[in-house]
Design a protein around this ligand. Structure first.
Ligand code: NOJ
Ligand code: CA
Length: 715
């Protein structure tokens, strides 16, 4: 892979504090670092008792008040106070790196870094470094645990066991927050919108989706998004979650403060065990004046290491269909015992024919391998082997037929949360995929983790998900994980991490007892879960009322909004999830045929979290653009300036919009399609129905188009 890199690193010395810290442990002036534009400033100091503290300013105003840093350890005194400063380093870094696939072709990574080197004043004089990075779109910091340099303490295997991390985030006011509870097993929750002081995450929800989960009281999962009274946007998350426990944030409503609360194993009684030296994940705060700039921020990716896999052209971003929605509707089933097995050779071929006709190059088949009779049973270890198809599914023949039609089969591995069984099978499962030429797999972890006492988001599982990713990479296989660990930018380092779930996706609309995702859900997701990374949300339902399969559930959007989601929610794999018979040759299917999945650039034109969002993306290597705009339960008239289009080029804009009578509940399938000639001087009116949306393709016009199609007049 040609990596476009242009970077400079230089060291410079701050005269503020002239290297006397080792003599004077309680420094008078703080250490500070500012972002390249000087908008964002991080300060560090030690309290009189030697406790490390930091704070963050944006344009001279406090964003994070003085907040403490530290750890509680097993069999050791807490790493919390009694420190002196041994030294510090300040560096400046700037590079532009290329995404192999993504929401944009190039990413600027530009920051200033301050490393503070600490040592305890008293024995055992443990050392801790803290790395602070100031970017123009936020900050990150991480801890480095160092091995003891005392000869007497030196052993081959110096280990540390962390029972809790005490990283504090002290807010400056009672901000508005968009949050999900601090669930140790699942991120599949609806977002709550409350004041910080009103966050009441209590273990009231006993299950998320198809499984039982473990919800902690008064904690939230990240990313958690906030807006200050002045309109500043903040998002708290983590980057490069490697060999460590996932971080939830414990809320202290009275003191307007949050503190890290690590997912801890009940089996071992601790959160993290590591050999020294090691670095923790980055703790991140994205900061922007416009809501849309949070989505443009690539801070989480920038805090991860560069691509370790090199060329991943074997993975091609794609649209896909699947033997999937029919199981969630109950039309067919994963297992055979029910007598309505979905994964048959015949059914797969029908989907392949449909895909081939509609510019869709992937086919997911769930329920293809034996074991589904017992997948939610008590004994889940050894239930699946990932190589044995049901007798009515001729895997080889399906793959052959798909290839002939230019379609790639996407493998499915439901582990039923028995990762040890899966790890034993990785090589045989991936060898089979290699032999068949299958390049990607959707994995799943439904159920409480086996062994008991481990959680989806703990260190043990973080390491399992990584093992799957790196093993798959050796076989040139890409992973789309469901019931995953949250995305923390690992796709930069391992670009075979193509997408994941970790959200209340489309499937909830088929069966959730609360009636499914609310109309505002997808106006919040891009600013929360979406900031972490690509989402396998699976849009594209045309049979909105789910008849005749479901009488209590429906999709709570209009049909046009289903189309808009292909642009609003980013993923390099986008499913057209509905049944073939519901698409038929529906005119709106043209948008799904046309829409891109890999992008040169992406822009948020306009957004208010929880209300609406309008996104445009330019398809990689083309002059085609696509627009998606979605609203919550309120109808809205928005405007979109097309200034992003190429100067001097005329485009055919095909507008897929809500019909005059459209309403997510009363009339969700009322839609209209219109064509206009537009250019970069045009401003288009978007009329979104309640729970509705608009999708537009902009394709450079031919001379004939210009003759045949009228220019946009706004009427
Ligand atoms: C949960 C996944 O999210 C869903 O997409 C899948 O169909 C089931 N697990 C079965 O694996
Ligand atoms: Ca799921």
């Amino acid at each position: 892979m040609k990596v476009f890199k242009n970077y400079i690193i230089w060291l410079f010395f701050i005269t503020l504090w002239a290297g006397c810290a080792s003599k004077s442990p309680n420094i008078k002036s703080p250490l500070t670092i500012t972002s390249p534009s000087n908008n964002i400033k991080i300060g560090f100091n030690l309290k009189p008792d030697g406790t490390p503290v930091y704070w963050v300013n944006h344009k001279g105003k406090a964003v994070i008040d003085t907040s403490v840093l530290g750890f509680e350890l097993k069999d050791q005194k807490a790493l919390q106070n009694g420190f002196k400063i041994l030294g510090k380093d300040t560096t400046r870094f700037s590079e532009t790196w290329k995404m192999p696939w993504g929401e944009q072709a190039k990413v600027l990574n530009s920051y200033r870094q301050l490393v503070v080197k600490l040592e305890e004043k008293e024995a055992p004089k443990r050392r801790l470094n803290i790395y602070f990075r100031a970017y123009d779109d936020g900050i990150g910091f991480r801890y480095e645990f160092l091995a003891s340099n005392k000869e007497s303490n030196k052993s081959e295997n110096q280990q540390v066991i962390i029972t809790e991390e005490n990283t504090q985030f002290k807010l400056t006011a009672d901000h508005t927050c968009w949050w999900i509870p601090g669930d140790w097993d699942s991120y599949e929750h609806l977002y709550n919108t409350t004041k910080f002081s009103e966050i009441d995450a209590i273990s009231k929800r006993k299950s998320a989706g198809l499984m039982q989960t473990t919800i902690m009281t008064n904690a939230v999962n990240t990313p958690v998004k906030m807006r200050t009274a002045e309109g500043l946007h903040l998002s708290f998350h983590e980057a490069n979650l490697t060999d460590y426990a996932g971080m939830t944030l414990k809320v202290d409503p009275k003191n307007l403060s949050m503190k890290s609360a690590l997912v801890s194993s009940k089996r071992t009684g601790y959160a993290v065990k590591r050999t020294l030296p090691f670095k923790t994940p980055w703790r991140t705060i994205q900061i922007s004046e416009k809501a849309g700039d949070l989505i443009a921020s690539k801070l989480i990716l920038n805090l991860n290491e560069p691509n370790k896999l090199g060329d991943v052209k074997w993975f091609k971003p794609k649209k896909y269909v699947g033997i999937w929605w029919e199981m969630h509707l109950g039309k067919s089933s994963w297992d055979k015992k029910s007598g309505k097995h979905g994964a048959t050779t015949k059914n797969a071929k029908a989907f392949i024919d449909f895909a081939a006709k509609n510019n869709i190059t992937g086919l997911l088949v769930e329920g293809w391998n034996t074991g589904w009779e017992d997948w939610l049973g008590k004994e889940r270890e050894g239930v699946f082997d990932f190589v044995t198809p049901y007798p009515d599914y001729d895997l080889k023949e399906v793959v052959r037929y798909a290839k002939e039609k230019g379609v790639e089969v996407i493998m499915h591995h439901e582990t039923s949360a028995a990762p040890r069984t899966y790890e034993k099978q990785l090589d045989s499962a991936y060898t089979l995929m290699n032999n068949l030429g299958i390049k990607s797999v959707k994995t799943g972890y439904v159920g409480m983790i086996l062994p008991k006492g481990e959680y989806h988001h703990g260190q043990w599982m973080v390491n399992h998900y990584r093992k799957v990713l790196t093993t798959a990479a050796k076989y040139n296989i890409a992973i789309n994980a469901h019931e995953p660990i949250k995305a923390t930018g690992i796709r930069r380092t391992y670009p075979n991490a193509i997408a994941r779930e970790g959200v209340r996706g489309q499937e909830f609309n088929a069966w959730a007892s609360d009636g499914g995702n609310k109309p505002d859900h997808t106006t919040i997701v891009p600013f929360t879960r979406g900031l972490a990374g690509p989402i396998d949300f699976t849009p594209g339902v045309f049979n909105i009322k789910l008849e005749p399969y479901k009488d209590k559930n429906q999709i709570n959007t209009t049909l046009a909004k289903q189309l808009a989601l292909y642009v609003v929610i980013y993923s390099p794999i986008q499913m057209a999830c509905d049944l073939i018979e519901h698409y038929g040759d529906h005119p709106a299917l043209q948008f799904i045929r046309d829409v891109g999945v890999d992008w040169e650039q992406s822009k948020v034109l306009d957004a208010a979290i929880g209300d609406y969002i309008t996104v445009v993306r330019q398809q990689k290597g083309t002059d085609k653009w696509f627009l998606g705009s979605v609203t919550d339960e309120n109808a809205r008239d928005l405007k979109a300036s097309l200034a992003f289009l190429k100067e001097g080029t005329q485009y055919v804009a095909t507008v897929y919009k809500d019909g005059k009578e459209a309403h997510w509940d009363k009339n969700p399938t009322d839609y209209a399609i219109e064509k206009f000639i537009v250019n970069n001087k045009t401003t288009i009116d978007l009329k979104l129905a309640a729970g509705g949306g608009t999708a537009i393709s902009f394709i450079p016009a031919t001379q004939q188009d210009i003759k045949d199609i009228k220019p946009y007049s706004g009427k």
